[in-house]
Ligand binder design. Structure first.
Ligand SMILES: Cc1cc2nc3c(=O)[nH]c(=O)nc-3n(C[C@H](O)[C@H](O)[C@H](O)COP(=O)(O)OP(=O)(O)OC[C@H]3O[C@@H](n4cnc5c(N)ncnc54)[C@H](O)[C@@H]3O)c2cc1C
Length: 459
């Protein structure tokens, strides 16, 4: 968006690609993201629910439907055993549906362009529990939709190249320091120290960003930040899967998420097995050393937790009966509370004039936050006299309509698309199998998955 606003943009990324075909995009926490949230997952926290719905509205306008890779609306499921244990999760979900419906109706009243998911009553409703999931009391449909994270990486990479954005890979940023109304960014590349001077900086480095921000402005006040080390797995599905939607079964020990990404692969998550530990961010904002180690050399509990995840998820999803683990991932979640059911939106932090930090506790907020970051950048340009105030509104109106395009060739020709999709999958360390794409001449099995599933899915 900044490039389209007229800025010369350079991205510094620590990871590097071993294949010229692809850039190292989505290689850290983004490689396990599966849900474009609508807030349905947060029945305990109305504000998180509203924030996610706002993020979802923005994403729908920005990303092409290609990123869903054939998936339709997710099912949020209330478990019967949780109700029997004394917690009426179905009622809790019903009241959250009301929060979401009202918020969506309000957004439409403010701006009719927000009528993205149709009528509020039909966009948020209860439905029959999906066949083939055990222990379900009630099912809820909202605009929440599972997506294929590899496809997001692919469209973003295409956009970066199309716009000619400079991308320096293997550049580990050490510091951002003010230099006579500009900034010097020092980074290590190929063992040597290098520097880049920029008018403005956005720090988008997930939990690694806090320390860079604190070094630039030690007086910066951050909310109480909690980091959580989590484990999530990709599985194969040897018996196939007749669901082309995510089942998100609430909550904790009574549920698990099954997110199929095609006929042969699914992402599986079970919160109690996933949550290895949590830590409060220190005053200096440094990324915890033990988390660094846990990611570099897999944490000793991960293998067992991955098995436990599969074991627990099998209780609900019969298609996992013969599944095996294809890959396991350790990631750091960022929250403002120790309770993962309350993951409030953090927005964009202004570190000093001209330098912002974007922290995404949820990927869903990416487009909404990128727009806030852009507004701050434009305001800074006006203050510096490089942009006239009158031009800001016009520029913003134009940029708010920006949508990422999918190259037509990806939808019709298989071989070149698949080669780079598989190269990016290897770089992201996700199963290559999820790169099947939607090409006309794509895998027969994949197309059967979409068409057969869609035939069985209510409109
Ligand atoms: C188990 C789990 C499941 C999740 N599921 C979902 C979900 O379904 N839906 C959802 O909306 N959210 C989900 N999230 C949250 C989601 O993962 C994050 O919101 C999102 O990935 C953050 O994206 P990011 O680009 O900020 O961070 P990242 O994807 O981690 O990108 C940060 C980048 O910065 C680079 N970097 C870091 N430090 C430096 C440095 N010093 N120099 C240069 N480069 C640097 C890294 O290499 C990386 O490429 C989940 C989180 C976890 C842990």
């Amino acid at each position: 968006m900044k490039k389209r606003a007229g800025y010369d943009v350079t991205i510094l990324e620590r990871n590097r690609s071993t294949d010229d075909l692809v850039l190292p995009i989505g290689t850290e926490t983004c490689n396990i993201v599966s849900e474009n949230h609508s807030g349905a997952e947060y029945p305990y926290d109305p504000q998180s629910a509203r924030d996610c719905l706002d993020g979802r509205l923005q994403n729908e306008r920005f990303f092409p439907s290609f990123i869903y890779g054939g998936k339709v609306t997710s099912r949020v499921l209330a478990s019967r055993s949780m109700i029997e244990a004394g917690h009426d999760i179905a009622m809790q979900c019903r009241s959250n549906m009301e929060v979401l419906r009202k918020h969506y109706a309000q957004r439409i009243a403010e701006n009719f362009l927000n009528y993205t998911f149709g009528n509020p009553d039909s966009a948020f409703r209860e439905s029959a529990p999906p066949a083939g999931v055990r222990d379900v009391e009630a099912a809820f449909l909202t605009p929440q939709r599972g997506f294929n994270t590899l496809y997001v990486g692919l469209v973003l990479q295409h956009e970066l190249r199309r716009l000619g954005i400079e991308f320096i890979q293997g550049a580990d940023v050490q510091s951002v320091q003010p230099r006579s109304e500009r900034f010097e960014i020092e980074y290590v590349k190929d063992g040597g120290r290098q520097a880049l001077v920029a008018d403005q900086v956005s720090i988008c480095a997930a939990a690694y960003g806090f320390a860079l921000a604190k070094r630039l402005n030690p007086r910066l006040e951050l909310p109480d930040i909690h980091l959580a080390l989590r484990c999530i797995i990709y599985c194969d599905l040897p018996d196939g899967c007749d669901k082309n939607f995510t089942c998100l079964k609430l909550e904790d020990k009574y549920g698990a998420m099954l997110s199929p990404l095609g006929p042969n692969t699914a992402l599986v998550y079970h919160p109690p097995a996933a949550h290895i530990s949590w830590k409060r961010l220190s005053e200096s904002g440094e990324f915890p050393t033990e988390y660094r180690r846990a990611i570099a050399a897999e944490h000793p509990e991960v293998a067992e937790r991955a098995q436990q995840t599969l074991h627990e998820a099998r209780k609900y999803y019969p298609e996992l009966a013969r599944a095996s683990i294809v890959s396991r991932h350790v990631s750091v979640a960022i929250n403002t509370t120790s309770d993962s059911r309350q993951r409030r939106n953090m927005g964009v932090f202004k570190i000093v004039d001209g330098c912002n930090m974007m922290i995404l506790p949820k990927w869903t907020m990416a487009v909404a936050d990128a727009k806030k970051d852009l507004v701050l950048a434009l305001e800074h340009s006006v203050r510096r006299g490089t942009l006239h105030e009158d031009d800001v509104c016009e520029l913003l109106l134009e940029l708010l309509r920006v949508r990422v395009e999918v190259p037509g060739a990806w939808l019709t020709t298989q071989a070149p698309y698949l080669t780079s999709a598989k190269a990016l999958a290897r770089l992201m360390r996700v199963p290559e199998d999820i790169a099947w794409g939607l090409a006309k001449h794509g895998s027969e099995a994949a197309h059967r998955w979409v068409t057969d599933c869609q035939a069985g899915v209510e409109a």
